[in-house]
Design a protein around this ligand. Structure first.
Ligand SMILES: *[C@@H]1O[C@H](CO)[C@@H](O)[C@H](O)[C@H]1NC(C)=O
Length: 217
């Protein structure tokens, strides 16, 4: 209840005095941790402070259609998305995919260059490896339903230009969910060196499958 009160009073400040907007933003930022119940900022690598290749790492968030399957994870759905929308510097929930626009019919006679980039702006740097990226520029990692969700989330994370998607078999509490690991620099196959081998609490050992690299151009 207290936090609802805070939000309402901030809204009132916005309404009555535009010059207090800066101050209001600071008040909101200070209370974000209380509103969400965790520290979802750059400082904590968005709730995933330990790199995925280190012991003790656990995903900081889940993005997808089945939050009920991830009751222990911070799920970016519903009201959480609306709260994140209020904070300019923070990641956002990916929007539902927009159907592609019909390509305009070319006019004139000049030859048209073949587009060299996929529509989402990400170039694939490696495909279907058995190692996940272990390298510089780690930002955060979580679980996703789809590769497009991982890229769309990267688009909203400050500094993100590289996404590594993979299945961490036997890892992350036995989930076969796709892992989405984000970086501030692009990586190729040479740093896809985390092949698993971490013993899990239940005694099984994890391994990596279907690891793909996506560099934003
Ligand atoms: C990916 O690699 C595995 C071997 O690690 C292979 O069995 C599988 O067929 C490959 N998948 C694709 C889509 O190429």
């Amino acid at each position: 209840m207290r936090f609802l009160t805070v939000l309402v009073s901030v809204a009132a400040l916005f309404a009555f005095n535009a010059s207090t907007v800066g101050v209001s933003a600071v008040l909101l930022d200070l209370d974000l941790g209380h509103i969400l119940g965790l520290d979802f900022t750059e400082r904590t690598h968005y709730n995933a402070p330990i790199e995925p290749w280190r012991n003790g790492a656990s995903p900081g968030w889940y993005i997808g259609q089945h939050p009920e399957r991830h009751p222990k994870l911070f799920c970016l759905v519903g009201i959480i998305c609306k709260i994140l929308d209020l904070f300019p510097g923070l990641p956002k929930c990916p929007k539902k995919p927009v159907p592609p626009k019909p390509t305009p019919t070319p006019t004139g006679t000049a030859p048209y260059p073949t587009p060299t980039l996929p529509a989402d702006g990400y170039e694939q740097t490696f495909t279907n490896l058995t190692g996940a990226t272990q390298g510089e520029g780690y930002l955060t990692f979580g679980l996703v339903d789809t590769i497009p969700d991982c890229k769309a989330f990267c688009d909203t994370v400050k500094g993100c230009i590289f996404a590594n998607t993979y299945n961490d078999v036997n890892g992350k509490d036995g989930s076969t969910q796709l892992t989405c690991s984000l970086f501030s620099r692009c990586h190729d196959a040479s740093t896809a060196t985390n092949t698993g081998g971490q013993t899990q609490p239940d005694g099984s050992v994890n391994y990596i499958r279907n690891s793909n690299g996506w560099c934003k151009k």
